[in-house]
Design a protein around this ligand. Structure first.
Ligand SMILES: Nc1ncnc2c1ncn2[C@@H]1O[C@H](COP(=O)(O)OP(=O)(O)OP(=O)(O)O)[C@@H](O)[C@H]1O
Length: 463
């Protein structure tokens, strides 16, 4: 039975009136009929996706179910069901629905699969701040994100490994940095490894360090990133992309807390690992694509950053804060904010930032509506987009330094997209091409939102 009580079951105002303790309850979605009968997912998250795509929270093998079939969102009114444009539709009591507020006892039919949804009695208490809140560079106003911040603050104080889940652009890297800054390791280094870019032959040297097996002189004696993060935090971005063959090596380091040293012995490492993923790693574990033992080492704590479309209350606070960061004097009108709040933001907060960045410039120069920016399909990799900067607009629109920053940003995006293409998406070739160190190359690709996968996709090279 669906219990339609709100997700927050109890709210207690603290004496000083600034923070509140709330209880967040678990809820479960279970397959009660169909090929996956008995399969279920229990979560505290506000959003749960069901489909045949492995990135879904509940992955169904039913062939009549679409890759992204439905989304279930726990709101203050109860659980809202949304069909995500499925091929065979979604049915409630025999009626096809696109969106519905579920009533107690409702069963949802997707393809040949019947789902039951119920709230669990178990609840976790967290302390949240009132009003708009910030955690490191993250800002938010929604209760969902204030709960996330409360969880992250608690985890930062402990020294456990953490897995951050969420769609692209939801703030996983910023969250990892904020956890580092709020931990006892804040005076130590924060190092980032993009697991999209780690290949088998580079892993030994870049991740773990020590002696190279192929004996190339230039690489002898390189320090791995684990050693470089000594006393601090290592952020493994998109850990789900780490090749299966490398996973036992990473596990060994996490278990033994030591890496090979130059003299062939070992060096102890004191590093907290925060990993991120946009995938459903639990499902990857079930399908044998990710090692279960490594998953449990990484996901000692797990926090999900919700998509922006499920926390639209954050949009005004985010837009104001991002505009301040862009040093734009542009004022958002209520109409613009309403437009923003009505849009789905598939690229999440990163897309909002990009839209504001382009929009602020063009609005200042006077002639383009926000809708033009928001209509751009976000599936197109940023590196493939043409620069929007025209020199005439810059000259009339902004002071020299700001104009220069803008042109450099556009140049970087185009330059690195093109360099990766002519380097056949090989980082070593790109390193030689650009004359940059591997570290700088990683950093600049990341800064410009360029993912190898997207670039390859655009070239038709990815599966
Ligand atoms: N809550 C937030 N407050 C302020 N800015 C945010 C927030 N969330 C994301 N951003 C903005 O969005 C950008 C992308 O965030 P970030 O790189 O942390 O996302 P991500 O989830 O790690 O993305 P990806 O999976 O694509 O690497 C940031 O540079 C920042 O400008």
């Amino acid at each position: 039975m669906i219990d339609n009580r709100p997700e927050v079951t109890q709210t207690v105002q603290s004496p000083e009136g600034r923070s509140t303790r709330i209880q967040v309850r678990d809820w479960t979605v279970e397959v009660v009929a169909g090929p996956d009968k008995g399969k279920k997912v229990t979560t505290q998250d506000a959003l749960l996706r069901v489909g045949s795509d492995v990135a879904s929270d509940l992955v169904l093998s039913d062939q009549t179910v679409s890759r992204r079939h439905i989304e279930l969102e726990r709101t203050s009114k109860g659980i809202v069901l949304r069909d995500l444009g499925s091929r065979n539709g979604t049915f409630l009591e025999g009626h096809q629905v696109m969106q519905a507020l579920l009533q107690p006892g409702d069963k949802v039919m997707v393809g040949k699969t019947k789902l039951a949804i119920k709230q669990e009695a178990r609840a976790t208490e967290v302390e949240v701040m009132g009003g708009a809140d910030a955690f490191g560079a993250l800002v938010a106003a929604s209760e969902k994100m204030r709960v996330v911040f409360a969880q992250l603050r608690g985890i930062a104080r402990e020294d456990m490994n953490l897995l951050l889940e969420g769609e692209t652009g939801t703030g996983k890297e910023l969250a990892a940095r904020a956890v580092h800054e709020h931990s006892r390791r804040r005076h130590g280094p924060f190092k980032v490894v993009d697991c999209n870019l780690i290949t088998e032959e580079k892993a030994e040297r870049e991740l773990f360090g020590g002696l190279r097996s192929n004996g190339e002189d230039e690489d002898k004696g390189a320090k791995g990133v684990f050693e470089a993060a000594q006393g601090g935090t290592l952020f493994l971005d998109e850990v789900g992309e780490l090749p299966l063959s490398l996973q036992p090596k990473l596990l060994r380091v996490l278990e033994s807390r030591e890496v090979p040293s130059l003299d062939g012995a070992t060096v102890p490492v004191d590093v907290r690992v925060i990993a991120s993923t946009h995938r459903n790693l639990e499902e990857d574990v079930r399908q044998g694509r990710f090692r279960a033992d490594l998953y449990y080492r990484l996901a000692v704590a797990r926090v999900r950053l919700p998509p922006l479309r499920t926390r639209r209350e954050d949009i005004p606070a985010l837009a104001q804060s991002l505009l301040r960061g862009l040093k734009s004097s542009f004022e958002l009108t209520p109409q613009t904010l309403a437009l923003f709040e009505g849009y789905d933001w598939p690229g999440n907060v990163r897309e909002l930032r990009n839209v504001l960045e382009r929009g602020a410039l063009m609005q200042e120069t006077g002639n383009v509506s926000w809708l033009d920016f928001m209509a751009q399909p976000e599936t197109k990799p940023e590196g493939q987009q043409q620069p929007t900067t025209s020199v005439a607009a810059l000259v009339t629109g902004m002071p020299y330094h700001e104009a220069k920053d803008r042109v450099v940003a556009d140049f970087e995006r185009l330059y690195f997209a093109e360099v990766m293409r002519v380097s056949n998406f090989d980082m070593k070739t790109a390193e030689q091409h650009t004359g940059l160190s591997m570290q700088s190359l990683y950093r600049l690709l990341k800064k410009n939102g360029l993912r190898l996968k997207d670039l390859k996709n655009a070239e038709g090279l990815d599966k």
